[in-house]
Design a protein around this ligand. Structure first.
Ligand code: GDP
Ligand code: IMO
Ligand code: MG
Length: 430
């Protein structure tokens, strides 16, 4: 029963999409198990750039069935727009399967995401304003509408009326906003049913059929370990469980179904939105600005500048544990090619001189720690044409080995450019 997971080990945008695309070619299904269109996954295949938010990154191979699992929150209009975009680029999308148990993002979720962020003022989370948090909150409150509700107009309307009464109360009385119309929302959502209905399916059954047939099923994480609702830097997190454990609830498999867990590690660190970031290099720092510029670190989704920093080995080591990663994939190694020296955080220290080699559970401590760096020599030459490990200069290979040793699991892949072909497969994984 081979299941494999691709999971981010930092704060997102590590390069999960490109590695999912790379590994997907050997798989029958690629399944998204959490998150929604807060994700932005970029694939560059044959020079063409595909930016995906909801559709799993396996979609580019005609033999792969892309699956949106029960743990995802779906804005149906965004899904349809994305399918149209893919079709216009020549990608056939009719195979996509959408779980009937996935929850719907509704217009009031997006409105609430916007107004609560405004309400928080300087304490805002910096969400993507896609309605993700409010949609998961309604799921937990048991007032969410699910994809399967679209198939019965009467039930859809009954549930909508019930929940909208409360939402309109909050919008009007707490946030001084205009109430939303149930008629308009129902018309908008039910008009999409003819397009969506053929895709709606029992995705748990599909996943198990594939696993039972001995085919590889790839579970594609969105967001990342430190944006995990339980294990991330709460409250500066997303509202789902991106960690590998999230596959079990978000796709409907037990832990025994999973054989490979590939943690994606960007060769440095970035974060979008608010929250602690021990190795952050603040705007104006020469190295940080270079990482942003060379790495093109602007959000796929919202266009925001990503906050840069050196690789935080303490966090990645803990992420490897939390996810029980069997291996890691290092992304964007080429971005470090012009640096004379490259720093990696191997521990933290606080003002009293206490040294931490693990992530302190108390956030006040995490806010205050300073990174302890080890400095490695750069390689100062282009590596974006490397096809095999041997093509990398010794200093780049040493950097890869250093990271592997630090985090305690082998490296399976290294990427040296955004293109599909710029993926170096390390001998063990070949
Ligand atoms: P994801 O959210 O983890 O899938 O990552 P994103 O797609 O949001 O962000 C990664 C960005 O880096 C995208 O623009 C990719 O095209 C780009 N990228 C991915 N791998 C590499 C790489 O090895 N080198 C360079 N230079 N860019 C890369
Ligand atoms: P991918 O899959 C980076 C961040 C937001 C914000 C926090 C909460 O492309 O790696 P939300 O809208 O989820 O309620 O926002 O999480 N965030 C991401 N950061 N990559 C992502 O996805 C993200 N999805 C959410 O910036 O700080
Ligand atoms: Mg992204």
């Amino acid at each position: 029963m081979p299941g494999a997971v691709i999971v981010g080990t930092q704060w997102g945008d590590e390069g999960k999409g490109r590695f999912t695309d790379f590994v997907a070619k050997e798989c029958s299904l690629v399944v998204r198990y959490q998150g929604g269109h807060n994700a932005g996954h970029t694939i560059v295949a044959d020079g063409e750039v595909f930016k995906l938010q909801l559709v799993p990154s396996g979609v580019l191979y005609p033999w792969v069935v892309p699956v949106i699992g029960n743990g995802v929150v779906v804005d149906p209009a965004v899904l349809i727009a994305e399918l149209d975009m893919l079709e216009s680029m020549g990608v056939e999308t009719g195979r996509l399967r959408l779980s009937g148990n996935a929850h719907l993002i509704m217009p009031y979720h997006q409105e609430l995401d916007r107004v609560t962020e405004r309400f928080l003022g300087k304490n805002k989370l910096g969400t993507t304003k896609r309605g993700i948090g409010p949609a998961y909150a309604d799921k937990a409150l048991r007032v969410g509408l699910r994809v399967q509700d679209l198939l019965d107009a009467k039930i859809f309307r009954e549930k909508l009326d019930l929940v909208l009464r409360e939402k309109n109360g909050v919008l009007a009385k707490v946030y001084n906003r205009l109430p939303m119309s149930a008629d308009e929302i129902a018309d908008q959502y039910l008009s999409m049913v003819p397009r969506l209905a053929p895709m709606i399916d029992d995705t748990v059954h599909l996943v198990h059929e594939s696993l039972d047939a001995g085919q590889w099923v790839l579970f594609e994480g969105a967001q990342a370990t430190y944006l995990d609702l339980d294990h991330g830097t709460y409250p500066f997190v997303t509202s789902s469980n991106p960690i590998a454990g999230g596959v079990c609830t978000g796709a409907g498999v037990g832990p025994r179904a999973i054989e490979r867990i590939i943690g994606v590690v960007k060769a440095y660190t970035t974060r979008v939105g608010s929250g602690p970031f021990p190795t952050e290099l603040f705007e104006g720092d020469v190295d940080g600005d270079r990482l942003v510029e060379i790495g093109k670190e602007y959000g796929t989704n919202t266009g925001r500048r990503r906050r840069p920093g050196w690789l935080d080995g303490v966090m990645v080591k803990h992420a490897v544990r939390l996810n029980t990663c069997t291996e890691i994939a290092i992304a964007k190694l080429d971005v470090l090619s012009t640096f004379d020296e490259i720093k990696v955080c191997v521990a933290y220290e606080d003002d009293s001189g206490t040294r931490y080699e693990h992530v302190p559970y108390h956030q006040s401590v995490l806010h205050k720690v300073r990174p302890v760096y080890e400095t490695l020599p750069g390689w100062r030459c282009e590596i974006d044409g490397a096809a095999r490990l041997e093509d990398l200069p010794a200093a780049a290979r040493d950097y890869v080995s250093f990271v592997a040793e630090l985090v305690g699991v082998p490296v399976s892949f290294v990427s040296v450019g955004p293109g599909r072909e710029q993926t170096v497969v390390l001998p063990r994984a070949a």
